[in-house]
Design a protein around this ligand. Structure first.
Ligand code: C2E
Ligand code: MG
Ligand code: MG
Length: 440
């Protein structure tokens, strides 16, 4: 390279890059944002600006001097870079301020929110790792503002301003966190965090309750053989919240562990209460086990400990597992199932027919029951396909020597049809809604 060329390259670098971190500078970032606005206007695909401001950085410069401060900035830039993909544009736009431009292939806002909530969490987690410079130890944290855009006509400056505002909100919210600019999105995130918090409180304060729905056997005459335990959360302000809404939240936050233990313990206590009732002492209780709970290495020991503590015979308990859970990690799942079976628990596949388990796999599972998903029962008398599926499940059950129970049975017509095609076990509003134990 001639001296002239070298000089030109150096000038170009100085114009477009930050000399301390070698990241893109504000000027060059502007260029990328403008391109990205054009792209998303054409394609409707979402992009985002993440405005990252290190927390309490001023203190570092004051306490340790600018040289150490600079090295901390370089270290932070490297951590941010490692937390992202190569194609993302990372820039330093001011002292301790970084802005990242991320383009996605997504059009679905809810999905995009999830992606960026996760991305920022990864950045925050990685920054948290201890960083040592000379004799100083630092725990870095940051506040991050997120501005999503697609199809919009805002300028690069406006987008930067929005991302910056969102970052300021993250600071106001106590730092070491992130905020979306869009008030609607921000509210969704906050609601989720609040709900998770109140779920934690509800579990701790024993505000959750179990309802029970009867399961009927009708070979000779209708007879209750068991009940399914279904969790209920009566939120003081929001009223009843469906388990379909809070179980995923509990899984995401890890609260499923204490919640799952509470459910098993509560069921054991109920079995003990019913021991003195001539009829109910024969009822087996089915417990829904969520995948996150089942996948824990400690699951088998935990359930054994709870059952032992309450002096319960495990044969009184049936565990309902979903198909999707069973096909995840086959060897480990089989091992766990065999252990549970040996201890005396009986096992059921819930929502059967909606997953993808193969028949050859099903044959290997030490299960006792298939639960026909209620989506097939709903239109059973109207849709011939649902009738065919239901018949098939019943005949699979017969071949493999499994009990087959239909769930979501609401009408006499559905019941009659099910009896006609050979179903013997039933659960649904036709017989009873889920109710408190005292109401049974
Ligand atoms: P699932 O285990 O398949 O439970 C059956 C759901 O159908 C229950 O809803 C029940 O109330 C409802 N149901 C029962 N009979 C009828 C009927 O005739 N018609 C209709 N339309 N619905 C009927 P629920 O209680 O809202 O529970 C929803 C799901 O949440 C459950 O589906 C289960 O996957 C989960 N879940 C509930 N309780 C627990 C729990 O204690 N632990 C865990 N991990 N998951 C739970
Ligand atoms: Mg169930
Ligand atoms: Mg079900």
């Amino acid at each position: 390279m001639t001296e002239q060329k070298k000089l030109e390259a150096e000038v170009l670098r100085l114009l477009n890059y930050d000399s301390l971190t070698n990241l893109v500078n504000r000027n060059f970032l502007n260029f990328f944002i403008t391109k990205s606005i054009e792209r998303s206007a054409k394609t409707s695909l979402y992009s985002a600006l993440l405005f990252i401001n290190l927390d309490n950085f001023k203190g570092v410069n004051n306490k340790c001097g600018n040289r150490i401060g600079d090295r901390l900035l370089v270290e932070s830039a490297n951590i941010i870079k490692k937390s992202l993909q190569k194609k993302d544009v990372i820039s330093r736009v001011g002292g301790d301020e970084f802005v990242v431009l991320v383009e996605t292939q997504e059009k679905d806002e809810t999905h995009v929110i999830k992606i960026f909530a996760k991305t920022t969490q990864i950045i925050l987690e990685n920054l948290k790792n201890l960083c040592v410079i000379d004799k100083y130890e630092f725990y870095i944290s940051a506040s991050i503002g997120i501005k999503l855009f697609n199809n919009n006509i805002a300028s690069a400056d406006e987008l930067m301003l929005h991302a910056n505002n969102a970052m300021c909100n993250a600071k106001r919210n106590g730092k070491n966190t992130f905020c979306f600019f869009d008030p609607k999105l921000q509210k969704m995130m906050e609601d989720k965090i609040k709900l998770t918090y109140s779920l934690k409180e509800a579990i701790e304060k024993d505000l959750m309750s179990l309802y029970y729905q009867t399961q009927i056997f009708t070979k000779k005459k209708e007879k209750i053989v068991g009940v399914e335990a279904l969790i209920r959360w009566n939120h003081p302000a929001r009223g009843m919240i469906s388990p379909a809404d809070f179980i995923p939240l509990a899984e995401e936050s890890g609260l499923i562990v204490p919640l799952g233990e509470w459910i098993i313990d509560e069921v054991c206590k109920q079995i003990n209460i019913w021991k003195s009732d001539e009829i109910k002492k024969h009822w087996r209780i089915s417990i829904n086990v969520s995948s996150k709970q089942f996948e824990l290495d400690s699951f088998v020991t935990t359930i054994k400990n709870i059952v032992d503590k309450n002096d319960i015979n495990p044969t009184m308990i049936r565990l309902e597992l979903t198909e999707s859970l069973l096909i995840k990690n086959i060897d480990k799942v089989l091992d766990t199932l065999h252990k549970l079976k040996e201890m005396g628990f009986s096992l059921s596949i819930d929502d059967f027919g909606t997953g993808y388990s193969s028949l050859s796999y099903l044959k290997k599972l030490p299960i006792n029951e298939l639960k026909i998903d209620q989506s097939f029962i709903r239109d059973l008398t109207l849709d011939i396909n649902d009738e065919i599926i239901t018949k098939t499940i019943i005949s699979i059950g017969e071949q493999f020597g499994l009990e087959v129970i239909a769930e979501g049975v609401e009408t006499k017509e559905q019941y009659k049809k099910l009896v006609e095609i050979g179903c013997e076990y039933f659960q649904g509003y036709l017989f009873s809604k889920p109710v408190r134990a005292e109401q049974l």
